[in-house]
Design a protein around this ligand. Structure first.
Ligand SMILES: Cc1cc2nc3c(=O)[nH]c(=O)nc-3n(C[C@H](O)[C@H](O)[C@H](O)COP(=O)(O)OP(=O)(O)OC[C@H]3O[C@@H](n4cnc5c(N)ncnc54)[C@H](O)[C@@H]3O)c2cc1C
Length: 387
């Protein structure tokens, strides 16, 4: 097949893979499209996983469309439960085991993996992570009929699960090596309010310490902290961070930094190979959140349909879905010069990160202060300004 006659292939059916496909179909209904995914190919909104108890949803009701429905909607072939095993950029081919599929353009939307720290103990392999619908289905099966969950990592995902599980009646212990929750997103005063609210809801905090070992204790698990304290829990969930999935790209000789390195047109170092979503490092930025995917999908659709469009990111605040204490964060750029100015309000904390000239560079709005989002967001600088 002539390379330009071959389909566009998208690898991944997360928000990035399906987001790119949807955006493409808005501007190009004709180009053949094949979407290959290691998972079931259902469309679901991943952020819903960490609030599913609270919203009354289950692994069966979380998907908004099966793979077949997505294929019809996108006029695409969706190959679910199919893993791409290699990319051959020179031949414009991907491999699925022995099978070779040619592409005209390839979009890698392969996501990220939960980071796992090696733990000692006889039950270290029973520590679970959740970063997909399949993971969540396994997790829900595990917690059914159980009473307690220890969570390693008090970042966005750990805190949201802590909130959701506590609300569903589980006893939750939350452990983090940092002295506060969401250390990368919140200044200490704002984090303190979140910690206190989650604590009042029943979360047991273990900050400034790490997990040394996880051992079996009958049906339950014994979690030994660095200082020697032993916590008992039915399930241990690890949520210590995400690392972009770069295996395929690296093996294909495609440039990889922290993620698959792409420019503002989402072009990798290999011809006709693009990347977006949690797997991508766009112009040096790894932003594992939903909003960047929307902007990247629209830009990529332009580029794939012959109208090259650079990615522009406005300020993209992230909602921390801890219902007992919602927070909205828009962290300043890494290394930005400035200081946090924190105002404690009756039912909230407003933290503004400003530079020497008083310019707003970031914010963290916790509790009632979250209501100021609409007023403050337009004052923030773009994350990636128009070129
Ligand atoms: C619990 C949780 C809560 C979150 N909450 C928020 C939130 O509130 N706000 C926010 O902005 N962000 C949130 N995020 C982050 C957000 O969900 C992610 O940034 C986004 O979903 C990533 O989408 P993606 O398509 O890049 O990756 P993924 O959804 O991980 O999709 C990757 C896809 O690639 C496929 N794949 C991988 N390797 C292969 C292969 N070799 N062959 C074939 N297919 C392959 C996978 O099967 C999958 O379909 C949350 C994340 C989690 C885990």
């Amino acid at each position: 097949m002539r390379p330009d006659m071959a389909p566009i292939i998208i690898v991944g059916t997360g928000l990035a893979g399906y987001g790119a496909a949807r955006a493409l179909r808005r501007v190009d209904t004709g180009t053949p499209l094949v979407i290959v995914s290691a998972d079931g190919g259902e469309f679901y909104t991943k952020p819903a996983l960490s609030e599913a108890f609270g919203t009354g949803r289950t692994p069966a009701t979380l998907p908004n469309g099966a793979a077949e429905a997505m294929a019809a909607q996108l006029k695409a072939i969706v190959r679910a439960r199919t893993r791409v095993t290699a990319v051959e950029p020179q031949a414009h081919r991907v491999r699925i085991g022995d099978e070779a599929l040619e592409y005209s353009r390839l979009v890698l939307a392969v996501g990220a993996n939960q980071v796992r720290v090696p733990l000692a103990g006889s039950a270290a392999d029973r520590v679970v992570t959740v970063n997909s619908l399949d993971d969540y289905a396994r997790f829900r099966a595990l917690v059914a009929g159980k009473h307690s969950v220890a969570i390693i990592g008090a970042g966005l995902i750990g805190c949201e699960f802590a909130n959701d599980l506590t609300g569903a009646g589980f006893k939750v212990e939350l452990i983090d090596v940092a002295a506060q929750p969401l250390p990368r997103l919140l200044p200490p005063e704002a984090a303190a309010m979140l910690r206190d609210r989650l604590g009042a809801a029943g979360v047991g905090w273990h900050l400034g310490t790490s997990v040394a070992a996880v051992d079996g204790d009958g049906d339950a698990l014994a979690v030994t902290l660095a200082g020697g304290t032993v916590l008992r829990a039915d399930i241990v969930l690890s949520a210590i961070g995400l690392r972009p999935e770069t295996t395929l790209a690296r093996a294909a000789g495609i440039d990889v930094g922290r993620g698959i390195a792409v420019d503002r047109y989402l072009r990798s170092s290999a011809p006709d190979v693009y990347a977006l979503g949690d797997c991508a490092e766009v112009q040096g930025l790894v932003l594992p959140f939903v909003m960047p995917i929307g902007h990247a999908s629209r830009a990529l659709a332009g580029t794939l349909s012959g109208k090259p469009a650079p990615v522009e990111y406005p300020a993209m605040p992230v909602l921390v879905k801890t219902r007992v204490c919602p927070a909205i964060v828009s962290p300043p750029a890494a290394g930005a010069a400035g200081e946090w100015r924190v105002t404690r309000e009756e039912d909230g904390v407003k933290a503004l990160f400003v530079d020497a000239g008083g310019r707003l560079l970031g914010y963290a709005l916790v509790g009632a202060a979250a209501g100021e989002r609409a007023r403050l967001t337009p004052q923030l600088p773009p994350v990636l300004a128009a070129a």
